[in-house]
Ligand binder design. Sequence first.
Ligand code: GUN
Length: 290
Amino acid sequence: MSTAAIIDGAGFAAGLRARVAEGVAAFRERTGRAPGLAVVLVGEDPASQVYVRNKGRATAEAGMVSIEHKLPAETSQADLLALVRELNADPSVDGILVQLPLPAQINENAVIATIDPDKDVDGFNPVNVGRLASGLHGFVPCTPLGCIMLLKDRLGDLSGLDAVVVGRSNIVGKPMAQLLLKENCTVTIAHSRTRDLPAIVGRADIVVAAVGRPRMIRGDWLKPGATVIDVGINRVPADEPGKTRLVGDVAFDEALPVAAAITPVPKGVGPMTIAVLLRNTLVSACRRER
Ligand code: GUN
């Protein structure tokens, strides 16, 4: 029985980060300054704290300046919007990322809409969402852009392939579908109300799973030879009592004998997100220097 190739997202991300670091060195040489990424964390959500710490470290490792703003959980929306406006106006800041989710008293959409679209390295501002949908230059959300990079590296031209995206979030599912459409795939977006998900998934040459439900997509749903991108990062109890482990949205062991290639969890899509964030920040700095 054949077994799927494991797509080395961690390795690809390391290569991308090295290329970004080279680009940053050339930028510094040319302009006399380093690109700056401002990351704003409101509150003490443990997962968000880990992400923000990792982003700060990766930014510095790439030779960029990391500007971290940590605000208390009870921060008002007005205070957060004031900080975002300050960062918009600060010429040393090329990229702004406000870590989501935000506390309940803050309207996420209002914050995202206030970030200068030309510093919006997350690609969440409606201006960038519209640019992506219209085929214009803008910032593209990091995780889906990382997925497309892995798919093109693996498959080359994606034209005409049937792609199914499972999940319709603004952060992954919807932009992922736009990017696959741009690559000339025939795209289906499936979600929690989709009827007969196994049959829909079974038609796909490319499956992108971004639902946040551990092992929801089963191996016997997949078309033989499909390429599977698993965006899920779910913490579940491990075999050892008291321990946990990370699993994706796809039943990895079941998919291995059916798929042609699959991203693992961890070390698949996850590391791509930060690598693309660094890439978007360098792109922003270069555009702003022109
Ligand atoms: N929370 C989970 N993923 C992300 C992301 O890509 N960007 C931001 N800003 N917050 C997130």
